[in-house]
Design a protein around this ligand. Structure first.
Ligand SMILES: Nc1ncnc2c1ncn2[C@@H]1O[C@H](COP(=O)(O)OP(=O)(O)O)[C@@H](O)[C@H]1O
Ligand SMILES: [Mg+2]
Length: 368
């Protein structure tokens, strides 16, 4: 293997085989990744866990044929870097998948993105460092009615979220207003709307919550009064990736404004894509916005480093949901180890290029 800076490694995008669709995941996203890589001069293909045989000499991979609009399979050389895009936790947890990933690591293939994060772990990691401690809302595991009651006394406004959730699924909002006849107000998020349940007692509330959560592990988290625009709260989506030098760097910052009847800002739930600087300038003015955007960048880098340290693995990218409150304070909500596509064209293009720049760095490192 050449140690030269312009050495182009072979990169494979790892996913799961699928009976109907050949392989799982967002095919459009995969097309974009392949197209970017090819235009940058890399050999890049999709490989399923099932087809990836590290004993080689070649593996069956998929590539997209633009002319025919079809995916075609063909033999490819073994990859130097494996970009993990297994799209769901259930698949990734399977022993057969874990075994395959271990085999790859042992055979010297660089793994880019080891696994999904769990929300509770993220908070544990960020609690450990002074620099990130102050960014996280008070968070506890939700285990019993009594622990919920205790937290509510200090934080009468809470978010309840599944530890392994995504895209707003299963999120609830809870308010305790002591003076009301029905002091507990629980907002449950459906696809677009949310409904409110009011309860007189903690035990009635708990029964309703349990009906919603079943045995799924949940966290309870201090609710943050987010900055809002026309009464719709918004938050920031930051994409942080390692660059061609292996250093964390901010690829882009977007904003999502909540749908008028939603307790989250997700686009499929009526949220909209916005320009963060515009939203912030309307609220805080130009000067403070410039300072705030700088702080968002440095904060995101700090978070990425601490998450990486906490995870105990080498990470290559993550997206983060950050809130800004009325005072301009920044709050951490979550980080995603396998970021979804950003809708902002500039962030999108840069994010795709970064994948290859960092892969090249990884391959150079492992060749040393
Ligand atoms: N503690 C909180 N306070 C206020 N808003 C929150 C809080 N937690 C989450 N949210 C809102 O809900 C959204 C989804 O929460 P998040 O933790 O990112 O879950 P998911 O994995 O479902 O995306 C956030 O982007 C934010 O808008
Ligand atoms: Mg989120």
């Amino acid at each position: 293997m050449s140690l030269h800076d312009d050495f182009k490694p072979v990169i494979a995008v790892l996913t799961m085989h699928d009976q109907q669709r050949m392989f799982r995941g967002n095919h459009q996203n995969f097309q974009d990744i392949l197209q970017t890589g090819e235009s940058m001069g890399y050999v890049v293909y999709i490989v399923t866990v099932r087809d990836l045989d590290v004993t080689g000499p070649t593996v069956k991979g998929y590539t997209y044929n633009k002319g025919s609009g079809k995916w075609i399979s063909q033999p490819f050389p073994l990859p130097h870097v494996l970009y993990n895009r297994i799209p769901n936790r259930e698949d990734e947890r399977k022993p057969s998948v874990q075994r395959k990933i271990d085999e790859c690591l042992q055979s010297g293939i660089e793994l880019y993105n080891p696994f999904f994060f769990n929300k509770w772990n993220l908070f544990e990691w960020l609690k450990k460092s002074k620099s990130t401690q102050r960014l996280i809302p008070h968070t506890r595991r939700m285990r019993s009615a009594s622990s919920l009651g205790t937290v509510l006394r200090t934080y009468p406004y809470l978010y309840l979220k599944p530890e392994s959730g995504k895209a707003g699924k299963g999120i609830m909002m809870l308010k305790f207003q002591e003076k009301e006849k029905l002091p507990y107000r629980l907002k449950i998020q459906n696809t677009r709307k949310s409904m409110t349940y009011k309860a007189a007692t903690l035990s009635k509330l708990w029964a309703r919550i349990r009906k919603e959560t079943g045995h799924t592990p949940y966290i309870m988290q201090q609710g943050i009064e987010l900055a809002s625009s026309h009464k719709r709260p918004f938050d920031l989506r930051v994409l942080v990736q390692k660059n061609g030098k292996g250093q964390w760097s901010v690829t882009g910052i977007g904003a999502r404004l909540a749908g008028s009847r939603s307790i989250t800002t997700h686009v499929p739930r009526g949220g909209t894509v916005e320009d963060p600087e515009k939203l912030l300038t309307d609220l805080f003015g130009e000067e403070m916005t410039t300072a705030l955007m700088k702080r968002v960048k440095s904060t995101s880098l700090m978070i990425a480093r601490q998450v990486e340290r906490g995870s105990g693995y080498k990470l290559g990218e993550m997206s983060m949901d950050l809130g800004v409150d009325d005072l301009g304070e920044i709050w951490f909500f979550e980080a995603n180890a396998k970021p979804m596509k950003f809708d902002e064209p500039q962030i999108r293009r840069r994010s795709l290029e970064r994948i290859f720049q960092y892969s090249a760095y990884l391959a150079r490192q492992s060749a040393r």
